[in-house]
Design a protein around this ligand. Structure first.
Ligand code: ARG
Length: 713
């Protein structure tokens, strides 16, 4: 008996802390996570991770280009992120003569570093809780509109108080669906230049076939540098700007790691929806995502046709194609995973429990929450299908340009000649950028295919579109003919025609333009909400807010973290395998090696080709100091960290806060992760930092970059 008790006690003490789920706020680490993290192998203090007054880890983490994460890895402002995060900038800097996307690029010195048009990084300065302050301004009698207005008024004050005379950007965001509020102070740097990138055959090795899959062999990284004015302040591009002298840069460890080693990730996860009710999951599985997948596939088919035999078209559309393809596969993966794991069913169970709790709760406000949410989804299933087809359609550039230019006409109708003169160059610039890299034959086909699909599959479509289809028939041929004729009679047929028009603008001409009419029909429909729908939306927001509040009250001892919403988070866990997979040549299924890359190598293939120099390095086993102690060259590895889109490019750190990898993907088996975290299956896929350095050093010969780093050996 004693023995049994002893064993039970022992089990209590050594039971593994299940801590992989959670995207935590840095300011809560000390209170909620630090003890746990130490048990798992963290050596840093909370202050070393997040400090407002002293330099800390957070000073080396940036939001990159709006949608990704990156890290500072040298004392000269060197920035490391994913290849797929630098993709748009690399493609933009390329042309068929200097094709850096396909051949790679390595600046030999600072002068050779290249400035893309729009690329900025955002540093995180500090955050704080303003829930009480904001919630004091609202009450239960307010309509949703009144509530929003009150919140906006207080938000404006908080921004004003914290922006330090415009030096900082301050963002106030809602968490737990309107139950808590925090503000975030940021500093933006707009002079960011490309330092180096491997060719696509390394940075995107495996292409869309391997995307979201494990085992993986992708060198998904690129290097940039932040520049400042001579006093170290953020500045617009100037030739004599100097490299940033950062508050902190990450040391880089090439010591390697093993399964079960502690691993944490700091970054900017974009969006999760872990409180999503069963009805929402069913709506996505049956209405929203199938439309998304179909619309994406339609776009990809047309784009592929034009991209495959023209290098310039390929470069011009590479980034937009990759973005569509990425979520085409992701959304299908979500449909499959949500069905397979019966996620809606397990959510429904939790909702029944909540309903019982709500009935007993003395505060009667929770009683109708679940039925209200269910009604909302029932009412909006068709709307969500419609909106998904339409939003994919609106990715067609030629569908939105007329409406956007039409908007600028307001300036001209003011009859203010001085103002017109001032605005004209700006609008011309906008026109030039809208038409830059626009390939009209591709756009026409794309628009025809999307209009046909939208008309065929969606209900309650844009009225003019419905009318045209009624008249001409809803076939791709009919749409092609319609668009051709429209373009012939349109000021939007070319940049030249449009520029000429804008020099001598006329509302009458615009309002008769067939492409403008189509474009505004689509965008007006996109923005339209019936009164009924507005009412549903308000009831939904209110009920969702109460559900989240109530569910937290229902389980008061649980530790909660808010859904991702593009704010800085930390997630911690460990290096860990997936069940063995024969297609992986590595000894354990938590890492891959260059040998496995070579096994996938298909000369000349669009996705699995490799540069000859890399194959040679493999054959000579010339891995330098980057080989693992077991002799292989590591390529990618797995951890159980909780990340999502937006975390791309995030640093994976060991217990000392040293860089061991760059997160770049998730695995298809756990694609339901954004609505429910799967303890068994959810993994982060990262590039091993030793592979990154090997490529910079041995493959590219850019040893001056290695010299810049703080290496831990
Ligand atoms: N799945 C990755 C993400 O969403 C993007 C990977 C890009 N690679 C690709 N083959 N499309 O972060």
């Amino acid at each position: 008996m004693k023995k049994i008790i002893f064993c039970l006690l022992l089990a209590l003490f050594i039971a593994p802390v299940k801590a992989n789920e959670g995207m935590w706020f840095l300011m809560h680490i000390e209170r909620l996570n630090h003890v746990d993290m130490q048990k798992m192998g963290l050596q840093l203090t909370p202050e070393e991770i997040y400090s407002v007054n002293n330099s800390s880890l957070k000073d080396a983490i940036v939001q990159f280009g709006g949608g990704c994460t990156a890290e500072i890895i040298s004392d000269k402002g060197l920035v490391l992120t994913n290849h797929h995060c630098g993709y748009g900038a690399i493609a933009e800097l390329s042309d068929s003569e200097n094709d850096y996307l396909n051949n790679g690029f390595w600046a030999q010195n600072h002068e050779e570093e290249m400035k893309p048009k729009n690329l900025s990084v955002r540093f995180f300065v500090r955050m704080d809780d303003v829930s009480e302050r904001i919630l004091n301004k609202v009450n239960a009698d307010m309509t949703e509109d009144e509530r929003e207005a009150a919140i906006n008024r207080e938000t404006a004050k908080i921004q004003e108080e914290n922006n330090d005379d415009g030096k900082y950007t301050v963002s106030v965001k809602s968490f737990y669906n309107g139950n808590e509020f925090y503000y975030f102070v940021y500093e933006d740097y707009n002079d960011v230049r490309l330092v180096g990138t491997p060719p696509k055959s390394i940075g995107k090795f495996g292409g869309d076939t391997d995307n979201w899959e494990w085992p993986r062999h992708t060198g998904d990284f690129s290097l940039f540098r932040v520049y400042t004015d001579k006093d170290g302040n953020p500045a617009e591009y100037a030739e004599d700007n100097i490299p940033l002298d950062p508050k902190h840069h990450l040391p880089t460890s090439i010591k390697g790691f093993e399964e079960d080693d502690f691993a944490m990730i700091l970054g900017y996860p974009g969006r999760t929806n872990r409180w999503m009710p069963a009805g929402g999951i069913e709506q996505n599985v049956n209405y929203a995502y199938p439309a998304w997948v179909e619309g994406s596939r339609t776009a990809m088919d047309v784009m592929e046709k034009y991209m495959s035999d023209d290098t310039q078209v390929n470069l011009d559309y590479a980034s937009s194609y990759a973005g569509i393809a990425n979520y085409w596969k992701n959304r299908q993966g979500m449909i499959d995973a949500l069905k397979q794991h019966k996620t809606a069913k397990s959510k429904r169970k939790a909702e029944r429990k909540f309903k019982r709790w709500a009935k007993k709760n003395e505060d009667g406000i929770y009683k109708n929450v679940i039925p209200t949410l269910n009604d909302y989804y029932k009412n909006t299933n068709e709307i969500s299908r419609h909106d998904n087809y339409l939003s994919l359609l609106l990715r067609t550039r030629i569908a939105t340009i007329p409406y956007r230019i039409g908007k600028t006409m307001d300036y001209f109708s003011e009859q203010n000649e001085a103002k017109q003169e001032e605005l004209l160059p700006k609008i011309k610039e906008e026109i030039a950028s809208l038409y830059n890299g626009l390939h009209l034959p591709l756009e026409k086909d794309l628009l025809a295919a999307q209009l046909q699909l939208y008309t065929d599959k969606a209900e309650d479509i844009a009225p003019l579109v419905a009318e045209i289809a009624d008249e001409n028939g809803n076939t791709i041929e009919a749409w092609t003919k319609y668009i051709d004729t429209s373009l012939d009679n349109s000021i939007f047929q070319s940049e030249e025609k449009l520029t000429k028009f804008i020099e001598n603008p006329s509302i009458e001409v615009l309002e008769k333009d067939p492409l403008y009419l189509l474009s505004s029909d689509l965008l007006t429909r996109y923005r339209y909400k019936s009164d009924e729908q507005k009412e549903w939306d308000d009831e939904f927001k209110h009920a969702f807010r109460l559900m989240v509040k109530g569910m937290r009250l229902q389980n008061p001892d649980e530790k909660y973290y808010p859904d991702a919403n593009s704010t800085l988070r930390l997630t911690y866990g460990k290096v860990i395998s997936l069940p063995a997979d024969k297609s992986n040549d590595a000894k354990d299924n938590y890492y891959t090696t260059l040998k496995g890359t070579i096994a996938k190598y298909q000369p000349g293939d669009d996705e699995f080709d490799m540069p000859k120099e890399l194959v040679d390095l493999y054959e000579k086993k010339d891995f330098g100091q980057y080989a693992d102690e077991d002799g292989y060259l590591p390529v990618n590895f797995l951890t159980d960290n909780d990340i999502t889109g937006g975390n791309s490019g995030s640093p994976v750190l060991n217990g000392n806060g040293e860089l061991i990898g760059i997160a770049f993907d998730g695995n298809i088996e756990a694609m339901a992760g954004d609505v429910i975290f799967d303890d068994e299956l959810q993994r982060t896929i990262s590039v091993d930092i030793r592979y990154v350095l090997f490529l910079i050093d041995k493959y590219a010969g850019a040893t001056h970059i290695i010299d810049e780093l703080t290496l831990v050996k």
